[in-house]
Ligand binder design. Structure first.
Ligand code: URA
Length: 437
């Protein structure tokens, strides 16, 4: 195929046909189309957009770039959750074990960090020995053994997304409704699920910063998933400040373990509870959201969700002792405090700036071949709305490479504002988008 014709067509604002999209995806996946041409097409798509039909065709092409799992042999509803990405957005490692402990099967295929946001696979890599690159037969075995499994795209499962996702990460082409939608659903529809709960982030740390764009993304995700025969629902949740207190891979896994012990920060617990509750309802285990929330509370308070996560870690080759012994995670060598410049109330902990700071420290990638440092990141000791006194600590920066610290500190300082006025918090869950609406 002539990739430059396709690039020109999209650049000039014309829709691509189903065949052109299929050819692009298969030729890029097998290496026939080089990264520089794929980058140019992604940038043309970024500026020109994809209409509903193109998005559906790209979703299908990504899904069909590998195998589509058939999990019909496993008993129980197969329900997954996926987030559009944020900072400190670690709910997968709480929601998946809680949902599995509550009776669902959760075949979760996740991505790596993208832009300033973290990725589930990078977080899981901080668990010693944990293997996210299971062959599909092993994934199925893990699902059968513990009702959940956490892997990334493989050569068998949505391989096109793995390549495109990595390329988008370093070519500033992430924030595109059509590309986000097809990336998420391309891999999720390959999982063999019955239902999907989507967490569409909105705010400064989200790819869709404005509510209207997040709503449009949520609507398109739900519509395409529903058209593909899945029960689907999206929550639009706040991403103006990081979710929870930690941003950085090992730090976030530890925060999730705390959450599974019932000791997570209130915002993280609430978003996780709400997402899991909807999974129980879509999966047919509960008739009401209140019932779903209660089921989440029960599996957490009885320790069943933590047990499930430890079981999954062991099944996937990891060291389950990390559930109790946090010293088994790699820790950063140095820590630096960022303190309040004056008395007042925290008005802003701007999530994108804090996410960029974490990436600068090595928690994410600045280039395709960047190495992730599992130990580095930030922990917030104050959240928006908290009162502070001058000199009181707001954030701890965990770092290994001192050369990266000044840029990270500059990003963090400019992400923080203190005000004299009391601060009203926006609701955590802004809207629910269902297939009927
Ligand atoms: N999550 C994904 O899986 N893909 C995107 O493009 C954005 C978030």
């Amino acid at each position: 195929m002539d990739a430059s014709t396709l690039i020109r067509k999209k650049r000039d604002g014309h829709p691509l046909t189903r065949q052109e999209i299929c050819d692009f995806v298969s030729n890029y996946t097998c290496g026939e189309i080089p990264d520089y041409q794929a980058s140019a097409l992604l940038m043309a798509i970024f500026f020109r957009g994809l209409d509903l039909e193109e998005t559906a065709n790209l979703t299908e092409a990504i899904m069909n770039s590998g195998r589509v799992l058939d999990l019909s042999g496993l008993s129980g509803s197969k329900v997954d959750k996926h987030s559009t990405g944020g900072v400190g957005d670690k709910t997968s490692l709480i929601v998946a074990p809680a949902a599995a402990a509550g009776g669902l099967v959760v075949p979760m295929v996740s991505g790596r960090g993208l832009g300033h946001t973290g990725g589930t696979l990078d977080k899981l890599d901080s668990i010693p020995g944990f293997n996210t690159r299971l062959a599909l037969a092993d994934f199925r075995r893990v699902l059968g053994a513990c009702g959940m499994g956490l892997i990334g795209q493989t050569d068998d499962l949505a391989p096109a997304d793995r390549k495109l996702y990595a390329l988008r990460d370093v070519t500033a082409t992430v924030e595109s409704l059509g590309l986000i939608c097809s990336s998420i659903l391309g891999k999720k529809l390959a999982e063999g699920i019955d239902a999907l709960v989507l967490d569409v982030k909105t705010g400064s740390g989200a790819f869709m910063k404005k509510m209207e764009d997040s709503r449009a993304l949520a609507r398109r995700l739900v519509d395409i998933a529903t058209a593909c025969g899945k029960r689907a629902l999206a929550l639009i949740t706040d991403m103006n400040q990081p979710l929870g207190r930690a941003a950085g891979n090992a730090l976030e896994v530890i925060e999730c373990l705390e959450a599974l012990k019932g000791r997570g920060p209130a915002d993280l617990m609430e978003v996780s509870r709400q997402l899991t509750a909807h999974m129980f309802v879509l999966g047919g285990l509960e008739a009401t959201l209140a019932g779903g929330r209660e089921r989440f509370n029960t599996v957490v308070s009885k320790g069943k969700a933590l047990e499930k996560f430890a079981q999954c870690i062991a099944e996937q080759g990891g060291d389950p002792r990390i559930a109790e012994e946090y010293s088994r995670f790699q820790a950063a060598q140095h820590a630096e405090s960022v303190v309040a410049p004056r008395d007042g109330c925290v008005a802003r902990l701007e999530a994108e700036g804090l996410g960029r700071a974490a990436v600068t420290l090595g928690a994410g990638r600045e280039r395709l071949d960047s190495m992730i440092d599992p130990a580095v990141g930030l922990t917030l000791e104050k959240k928006v709305g908290d009162r502070v006194e001058a000199g009181e600590r707001i954030c701890v920066v965990h770092y290994n490479n001192p050369a990266r610290l000044p840029r990270a500190l500059a990003l963090i300082r400019s992400a923080i504002s203190i005000t004299n006025e009391p601060v009203d918090l926006p609701p955590l869950v802004r809207e629910t988008i269902t297939s009927e609406a």
